[in-house]
Structure formats: structure tokens, C-alpha cells
Design a protein around this ligand. Structure first.
Ligand SMILES: Nc1ncnc2c1ncn2[C@@H]1O[C@H](COP(=O)(O)OP(=O)(O)OP(=O)(O)O)[C@@H](O)[C@H]1O
Length: 640
């Protein structure tokens, strides 16, 4: 067989954006749970709003490519977000659809669905098969389709079509294609071919019951559908398009999931990979990063050619309406808003035959294969794209799945991320070469990031405690609901002369028929937050009752002062790591803490919010304000 070489495709390298859709699932009450109504709702087909936890009389609005409300059907989601990208796969381009969001928010429902309401995966596979059969005999190309199915569980890549497989490596070929040597590929030519393999393999996926979801996915599941088209007249011309359909595991707050033991370990790996995913998105967005940290987790390494790479990507962010999901929803929306900025450059992957020596293929035993289908295995050293070769027909019945139950796999020794790092470190200590040192550095960086992740988790847990404590306090005066299920505008504070009206969210009546009671928890939270805020001079000129205005500030022109404050706020909200470090008194650590705070809580509504960032005492905040206002005004020496 001739080796294939990639041909350049400069002409059709056209940048496309990652399409970001948000899907809100219907309200699902828990036994004994008070119905506090939704904390988030759609405004129209692209916009939604969520209550602002800092001030329950306000909302934060988001704009996405699509917003799907509680009543949106599986068919509608597929037709508007997924179907349009499928034809690209037949032209040798990559495409990916992935569902992101907190645990229990509807990712598996969206991707997999049920027999009554099939989700994106079955619909997309059927559509690809239909597209290919419509092409048959047309245009002089032959098409073949194959499927692979894997999960990333505790940072291990497991072949769901070969349940006894070991952790598989992820590699990149010289043309920057990501591939997995040794992964099973099954040729499919009809939907029943696909179903015969996919359904039993799905049962191999690691799931477990947590407090938040009875059947929670504990792994990231990736279905790969590969379409190869070969020109009939010139057999050496071949194009390969890959479609990734990915059901991510949910981000988790372990205080609420009640996770312990192995569930806690899984959760650590899930959160770590999702954290890395958000870092990848961050660095793609900044456009200045020299190293996008794809390699920091298996998930991001695998997504390398489907996110920020060369694929048409669709991210469906699933969110839940209940208040108990509030912080998860907020951070999922912020993550989704960031992803919208990622630009992909899809291009056709075409190879031509090159006159080289034939390559011997490793013959491998077929693990499991229903009648009539072909399975291709690759030796680890083989090039996935170049050395594809069907095994000769062979009949062998599948091994019984009961031999490999999920629970057994879950209980197999699962070293924690830290254990693995320690083991790796030991291994590296015995290595004297430069590569070893490089890996040690990477490891130190990973440890640091794990530490940061832990801190972030601690912070979230503290917030959850505060939130649930406040939710439990029902004795105080009842507050007005923010969302009503009648035609009701958002409740707002009455503006007064001394307190001019702030720009408020425009609110449409609620979609659907979710009933709303009181919003006590959020409103109390807002009051609490207010008490903590640092007092500064108010627009009406009155001084705070807690703290006297500083001398230096009173000597400045009010409008210039306001402009400087706005400028600083802008940097805090939109600035990159580098921009933040450009501020006075902000070093590496503070800049990171600010980015972290922003990611979890969204933009700072006012400068005083900065005092809520870890390590920012009132004194430091005042000193920060003084230094930066003076710096912004270019009057460093103007006042005492
Ligand atoms: N749009 C929807 N319509 C009806 N039911 C839904 C919808 N979305 C989710 N559900 C239901 O909500 C529950 C949780 O959904 P699902 O298991 O898909 O969440 P998940 O995000 O995949 O969770 P995890 O990350 O824990 O696996 C399921 O019972 C599911 O059927």
C-alpha cells in the first residue's frame, strides 16, 4: 500500500467561529424542595438572563448564537445547531459537537436522549449516513464510514468498543491530526450497524448515582464518526473528515453532590479536565498565549483539532433552572460566553499516494464484533491516517459484557491525579536527560494548577455554604420575587433624587409555566454582599456612615475621578492577565486571583467588588485605588 501524504489546502482555510448554544432544561423538583422558581430564563431565541447574586433586583444578560428554552424539542436542537455542520464532514473537514454544563443539567439528554426522544448522537449519525447514501454514484467519489467510541475516565482513555482495553495514548501526527493508536474502528453502512455497536458500548460508560443525578456520567464520552472519501478515477486522492460527538462529564460541587471515596476522586479528575478546558479557551481567546495548554488534560488534548483548531464546532451548554444550581449555572454561562470568541479554521484533510515502500500492519485479534462488520485496530506506532487497512473477514462473537461490568471497572485501581503525579515524578527523578527536566517542570506547573483548582473549589464550597445557610433562613421579612410567571417586570429599587436610576435589565414575561414563590435567599445574599462592600464617596456627595472619604480623593475633579474609575473597572472586567498586571499594585498572584474571581462571579459591577477578591483587604483596596486613580490621571505627585 502506498503511504499517503497530506496536501495543502490554503484555499479553503476559512475562519469560522465556535457556535455556542445554551439549553435550559425543564424544572425538576427534588422531594421536599421548595419551589423558588427559576433563577435563569430566556428572553428570546438568543438572549437570556440570570439573577445577579450581588443584587437580586438586577439580572445579568447573555447573548448566544442560540437559546433553547425548556420546551425546545430534541429535533429543534438538532436541526438548528447540528445538522448544518454535517455536510462539511463529507468534504474532508472536521466537526465537533459537545455538551457542556453542570451535573444533572441535561447533557446526556441532549446528546443521547432516549428512544422516545433521541438526541444529537443518533440523529447526527443517521443524517451522515443519509448524506453519504444520497451521494452514492454521484461525483465520482466512494465513501466509507467508521465509528469509534471512547471515554475519558479519571484521565484514562478507555475504548468503549473494547471493554477490556487499557489506557490508550493520544498522539498527534505530522499534519497535526489527533489520533489514538490502538483504538477500535468499526465500519458502518447502516443505522442498525451503528446501533448494534453503540447501544451495548454505551452501557460500558462509567456512570454512578450522586445526590444531584441518579445516573450521573462520571466520564467524558466521545463518539468519533470518520468519513473517508476516495476519488474513483484517481484512487490516490482521499479526503478524511471526522465528526466528534462529545458528552462531557458535568462540573461538580462536591458539597452538593455528597461525593466521597471513589466518586470524589472521579470528581477531582472531571473538574481538573474542565478547568483545563476553560484555560485552553482563555488562552485561545487572549490570542497572545505562546502555549495553549491542550496537553494538560486528556480531554483538551483530544479536543485539540476540534476546538480552536481546524473543526466546525458547536458547544451546547446545558443549564438547569433551579436555585440550587445557581452558581454552577452562572459559571457555565461565563464559560460559554468565553467560548463564543474562539475562532476555528476548518480545512479539508486530503492525502495523495506517495511512492514509498509498503508498510506492514500489525495483525491484531478482534475484540468483539457483530456479524458482517469490520474492525480495524492499529498498532501504537502506526499512523492513524496513513495506515488504515481492513482486517480480513473473520467471525467471532462478542465477549459477554457482564464480564466487564462498569462497577468492576470503576473499582479497579484508579490512582488519583496526585498519585499519578507522584509516581511520574519518581520515574522522572531517575531520568537524567533534558526531556526529563522539561517534564519535571511541566509537572511542577500541573501541581501548581491543581493547587489553584483546589483553592477555587474551596471558594465555591464556601459560597455554597453561605448560599444554603441563607436559603434556610426563612424568618426574615419576605422579599418580592424577581421573576414572576405573570406579565411582570423585574422588581427594582425605586429611584430617588439622591440615588439616580441605574441601568437595569429589560425583562420579558417568563416563558413556560414555572411558578415562583419568594426569592428570599438571593435577596438576603445581596444584602449580605452589600454590607461587606467598601464605602467610598457616593454620587450624591454624602459620605459613607462607616468610613470617611480619603483626603486625596476629595481634591480631584469629580468627572475625571469617575472617568479614571471607569477605566480601572474596564481593565478589571475585560483585561487579560497582562493588562491586569499593568495595574498598579497587581502582581502575578493578584492578577490570577482577579481572573479566577471574574470567571466564577462574572464581571465586577463596581470597583468596590475588588475588595471581595482573596487577599484584598480594605486597606489594600484603598491603596490600590489611590495608586491606580493617580496613575490613570497621570498625577502621581498631585496629592498627599
Ligand atoms: N430538555 C429536557 N427535557 C426533559 N428532561 C430533561 C431535559 N434535560 C434533562 N432532562 C432530565 O434531567 C435529568 C438529568 O439529565 P442528564 O442525565 O442528561 O444530565 P447530565 O447533564 O448529563 O448529568 P451528568 O453530568 O451528571 O451526567 C434526566 O432525568 C433527564 O432525563
Amino acid at each position: 500500500m502506498a503511504q499517503r501524504v497530506a496536501v495543502s489546502d490554503g484555499a479553503n482555510k476559512k475562519a469560522t467561529r465556535v457556535r455556542v448554544a445554551v439549553r435550559l432544561r425543564p424544572f425538576i423538583g427534588q422531594p421536599g424542595e421548595d419551589d423558588d422558581g427559576p433563577c435563569v430564563r430566556g428572553l428570546d431565541s438568543q438572549n437570556l438572563e440570570i439573577v445577579n447574586w450581588r443584587n437580586a433586583t438586577e439580572t445579568v444578560k447573555y447573548h448566544f448564537d442560540a437559546f433553547y428554552g425548556e420546551k425546545t424539542t430534541q429535533q429543534e436542537v438538532f436541526l438548528s445547531s447540528v445538522k448544518p455542520i454535517l455536510p462539511h464532514v463529507l468534504n474532508g473537514q472536521n466537526a465537533s459537537v459537545f455538551a457542556y454544563g453542570p451535573t444533572g443539567a441535561g447533557k446526556t439528554h441532549t446528546m443521547l436522549g432516549s428512544s422516545e426522544q433521541p438526541g444529537v448522537i443518533p440523529r447526527a449519525v443517521r443524517a451522515v449516513l443519509d448524506l453519504v447514501s444520497a451521494k452514492d454514484g454521484d461525483e465520482g467519489w466512494d465513501y466509507s464510514i467508521d465509528m469509534s467510541y471512547l471515554e475519558i475516565y479519571n484521565e484514562r482513555v478507555l475504548d468503549l468498543l473494547s471493554p477490556n482495553s487499557q489506557d490508550l495514548p493520544i498522539r498527534e501526527d505530522k499534519d497535526k491530526n489527533i489520533f489514538i493508536p490502538g483504538l477500535t474502528h468499526i465500519s458502518i453502512s447502516s443505522f442498525s450497524d451503528f446501533d448494534n455497536h453503540f447501544v451495548p458500548a454505551s452501557l460500558n460508560r462509567t456512570t454512578a448515582s450522586t445526590k444531584l443525578n441518579q445516573r450521573s456520567s462520571r466520564s467524558h464520552a466521545v463518539l468519533l464518526i470518520k468519513v473517508v472519501r476516495t476519488q474513483r478515477a484517481l484512487r490516490q486522492r482521499q479526503q478524511t473528515g471526522k465528526l466528534y460527538l462529545i458528552d462531557l462529564a458535568g462540573s461538580e460541587d462536591n458539597r452538593r453532590t455528597g461525593n466521597q471515596g471513589i466518586r470524589l476522586k472521579e470528581s477531582g479528575a472531571i473538574n481538573l479536565s474542565l478547568f483545563t478546558l476553560s484555560k485552553v479557551v482563555d488562552s485561545l481567546n487572549s490570542g497572545t498565549a505562546t502555549r495553549v495548554p491542550y496537553r494538560d488534560s486528556k480531554l483538551t488534548r483530544l479536543l485539540q483539532d476540534s476546538l480552536g483548531g481546524s473543526a466546525h464546532s458547536v458547544m451546547i451548554t446545558n443549564i438547569a433552572p433551579e436555585y440550587r444550581y445557581y452558581f454552577d449555572t452562572f459559571s457555565a454561562l461565563n464559560f460559554a460566553a468565553k467560548s463564543k470568541l474562539v475562532v476555528n479554521k476548518p480545512f479539508t484533510r486530503e492525502t495523495v499516494a506517495a511512492p514509498v515502500l509498503p508498510v506492514c500492519l500489525r495483525s491484531e485479534a478482534i475484540q468483539r464484533r457483530p456479524r458482517g462488520s469490520r474492525i480495524w485496530h492499529r498498532a501504537p506506532e502506526e499512523n492513524f491516517e496513513q495506515l488504515r487497512q481492513p482486517e480480513p473477514a473473520e467471525s467471532q462473537e462478542s465477549a459477554p459484557f457482564s464480564l466487564y461490568p462498569t462497577s468492576v471497572r470503576a473499582m479497579l485501581s484508579e490512582p488519583s491525579v496526585m498519585d499519578r503525579l507522584v509516581a511520574l515524578e519518581r520515574l522522572m527523578m531517575s531520568c537524567q536527560d533534558g526531556d526529563g527536566l522539561g517534564m519535571l517542570k511541566d509537572m511542577a506547573q500541573s501541581r501548581k494548577e491543581i493547587q489553584e483548582l483546589k483553592e477555587k473549589q474551596r471558594e465555591l464550597e464556601n459560597k455554597a455554604v453561605l448560599f444554603s445557610r441563607l436559603a434556610g433562613e426563612k424568618s426574615g421579612p419576605k422579599a418580592e420575587p424577581v421573576f414572576r410567571n405573570t406579565v411582570a417586570p423585574l422588581q427594582r429599587k425605586q429611584p430617588s433624587a439622591a440615588n439616580p436610576p441605574r441601568q437595569q435589565a429589560v425583562v420579558q414575561p417568563l416563558q413556560g409555566s414555572v411558578s415562583v414563590s419568594d426569592l428570599q435567599p438571593l435577596q438576603q445574599l445581596a444584602v449580605q454582599v452589600k454590607k461587606q462592600s467598601v464605602c467610598v464617596r457616593r454620587k450624591d456627595g454624602k459620605r459613607s456612615d462607616q468610613k470617611a472619604e480619603t483626603e486625596w480623593e476629595s481634591q480631584l475633579d469629580t468627572s475625571i475621578l469617575e472617568q479614571s474609575r471607569d477605566k480601572i473597572l474596564q481593565v478589571l472586567n475585560a483585561g487579560s492577565f497582562k493588562d491586569l498586571k499593568g495595574l498598579q499594585q497587581i502582581g502575578d498572584k493578584k492578577a490570577k486571583l482577579i481572573l479566577g474571581w471574574r470567571e466564577i462571579n462574572g464581571p465586577f459591577t463596581k470597583l468596590e467588588d475588588l475588595a471581595k477578591v482573596e487577599g484584598m483587604t480594605e486597606k489594600r483596596f484603598s491603596s490600590f485605588m489611590k495608586a491606580n486613580i493617580l496613575s490613570a490621571m497621570g498625577k502621581r505627585c498631585a496629592v498627599a
